[in-house]
Design a protein around this ligand. Structure first.
Ligand code: F6R
Length: 600
């Protein structure tokens, strides 16, 4: 989703901006742009609805050394206004001296636009962000850019990470409110970015803007803060840099990331496994005891939370609730609640906003995320990283599995620490979890063999039902989401027992019905009800099923009740990918979706 980079250097800034934008690409975007000070002190703006590389070619066609040493860049994921060059950032004021980029949503943009038009301002785009350029222009007369941005942001309602520069004075100012922004200084120059990853190769440490901060970026930065905050935030060490993984033998990142799941599971069990049965993993987090757990997240991360909640309550009796982050307003959180916030990116605006609302009270927050240094990681009282490694495919696959296993280890460890799970039993359960890599590898192999024919046979189907009972239902939910986002076909999931209370009406001859068949009680009856109506049952189960992805679990202590048939998710990931490819869809970049959802 939207990303920002801004900088001042002693050499032309454009190459830095372009490289930073490339590093932000994985988040997903539909247009890109930069603005740099031109040789004659004009703001030079280049925008494109193509890729960053395309913009790079156009910059190289210009005379790079003559371009300025100060500038801003942006990747846009459309919220207000269609995908077009005129709506791409940066946006200018009326004079063309100022350029701005913005992440977030200006909620009062319509009123501000009307006001500004009344004052004679002309708009060049349909986007909410452009009002900021004109507000700063209004406030500029006689004021420094820092003061003008302060005044402009006072008029805004909503969320923003902003970078604003004046091509005639070479002032660069950034501001943040409920949208992440960091600044960093080094021998390469002075930088700001919405994600430290964008500027990581050039800096050693960085500072994070708090809500309301406005900062002038140069050799001696001026930092304006809310009352009560220290003059400048602490310096944080730059996180380790991930090199963009290459595809090697895989056709796409999704295929690679599905395949990596056994390795991810093995890594998690090596890192966390030894600290579970003695309760040390939980104790090291320094969190207070809890009587109930609230799982918070969106999309796939929420699905992981739902599966974790189910296993927690079924196996320990500790009550849980799951909150869709964007629906936090309906939540009520009791005393002694632990909030487990799940997010692979750690930047999801809905999650961050839910945590900054007062609706969760003072409950301690444990972040389970793939990016420990993310905004969520910084906000939480404790963090456990999922160690899935970089995930490039927009559809979450290995990060889901990592959240599930990491969350299971945390829960088991917490139950030991609070005296509700016998350490010997916990050690047996960890022993079973150590089998996860094998179970996942088996599921991948079986799915790769069985799924292509199923994808072919169901390619004409307009929609899919996904069913399961108990834990299997939670995994079926994730299967339905994966299929929807990748194939653009509707897919709904139900607890199988609900079939005859409504969704059975959808089943006609050939309707594909995917069942997570973990032999749950009465599931066979549900399956026969579908078959009796001509539905095409795709059974993900043990030997002899349509996709024999579930290994022989009888010998395990874990068995079905603890973690449930989690490897069934692999079969549904493979099905979603295969069908998407059959339908000619881009499996790494599904239409309209972004990897990091930074607007709410
Ligand atoms: C689906 C998917 C999304 C994300 C959701 C939350 O494959 O990736 O549903 O799970 O946008 O994102 P994170 O986990 O970054 O908070």
């Amino acid at each position: 989703m939207c990303g920002i980079i801004a900088g001042v250097s002693s050499t032309p800034i454009a190459p830095y901006l372009l490289e930073g934008l490339e590093r932000l690409e994985y988040r997903g975007y539909d247009s890109v742009g930069i603005a740099v000070a031109g040789g004659s002190h004009l703001v030079m703006r280049l925008r494109s609805t193509k890729r960053v590389k395309d913009l790079g070619r156009r910059v190289r066609d210009l005379d790079v050394p003559r371009l300025g040493t100060i500038g801003i860049g942006h990747t846009r994921w459309a919220t207000h206004g269609e995908v077009s060059t005129r709506n791409a950032h940066p946006h200018n004021d009326c004079t063309g001296r100022l350029a701005i980029v913005h992440n977030g949503v200006i909620e009062n943009a319509a009123e501000l636009r009307e006001l500004l038009v009344g004052l004679g301002h002309g708009f060049g785009s349909d986007v909410d962000s452009e009002v900021v350029a004109h507000l700063v222009e209004e406030a500029r007369a006689g004021s420094s850019l820092l003061d003008a941005v302060r005044e402009a942001t006072d008029a805004l309602v909503g969320s923003w990470a902003l970078a604003v520069f004046d091509g005639t004075t070479d002032e660069l100012v950034v501001a943040s409110h409920q949208s992440p922004l960091v600044v960093a200084h080094s021998v390469h120059g002075h930088f700001a970015a919405s994600d430290i990853g964008a500027i990581a190769p050039w800096v050693e440490d960085f500072q994070v803007l708090e809500d309301g901060d406005v900062v002038e970026i140069n050799a001696s930065p001026r930092w304006h803060r809310r009352e009560g905050l220290p003059p400048e935030p602490e310096l944080r060490a730059r996180p380790p840099m991930h090199v963009q993984p290459s595809l090697v033998v895989h056709a796409d990142y999704m295929s690679k990331e599905i395949e990596e799941q056994p390795e991810v599971a093995a890594r998690i069990m090596t890192e966390l496994g030894p600290r579970v049965a003695d309760g040390e993993l939980w104790r090291s987090l320094g969190l207070p005891d809890f009587a109930r757990v609230t799982f918070l997240g969106c999309g796939t991360s929420l699905n992981a939370g739902r599966a974790l909640g189910q296993l927690l309550t079924r196996n320990s009796g500790v009550p849980h609730q799951c909150i869709v982050a964007s629906e936090v307003a309906t939540a009520s959180v009791e005393d002694k609640t632990l909030v487990m916030a799940l997010s692979q990116s750690g930047e999801t605006a809905d999650v961050l906003r839910a945590l900054s609302s007062n609706l969760l009270g003072s409950a301690p927050v444990l972040a389970v995320t793939n990016v420990g240094h993310s905004a969520l990681g910084r906000r939480a009282d404790a963090v456990v990283e999922c160690s899935a490694g970089p995930e490039i495919g927009v559809a979450a696959t290995k990060t889901y599995m990592a959240q599930l296993l990491t969350g299971t280890c945390i829960i088991l460890s917490a139950l030991v620490a609070r005296g509700t799970l016998d350490p010997v039993r916990a050690a047996q359960l960890v022993g079973d979890l150590q089998r996860a890599p094998d179970l996942l590898a088996q599921a991948i192999g079986a799915s790769r063999r069985a799924v292509p024919a199923i994808a072919e046979a169901t390619s004409e189907a307009p929609g899919f039902l996904f069913l399961g009972r108990g834990a299997g239902w939670r995994f079926a939910e994730e299967g339905a989401l994966k299929l929807t986002e990748l194939t653009y076909r509707w897919a709904v999931s139900y607890p199988a027992g609900e079939l005859k209370h409504g969704p059975l009406a959808l089943v006609e001859r050939g309707t594909p019905v995917v069942v997570v068949d973990d032999q749950a009680r009465r599931l066979a009856v549900d399956i026969s009800e579908v078959a009796a109506r001509g539905g095409r049952v795709v059974r993900i189960g043990g030997p002899g099923s349509t996709i024999p992805a579930l290994g022989n679990r009888e010998a395990t202590v874990l068995g079905i009740p603890w973690c449930g048939p989690f490897e069934s998710v692999v079969a549904m990931q493979v099905l979603a990918r295969e069908l998407a490819l059959t339908l000619g869809c881009d499996v790494d970049k599904p239409r309209n979706l972004a990897k990091s959802v930074t607007v709410h």
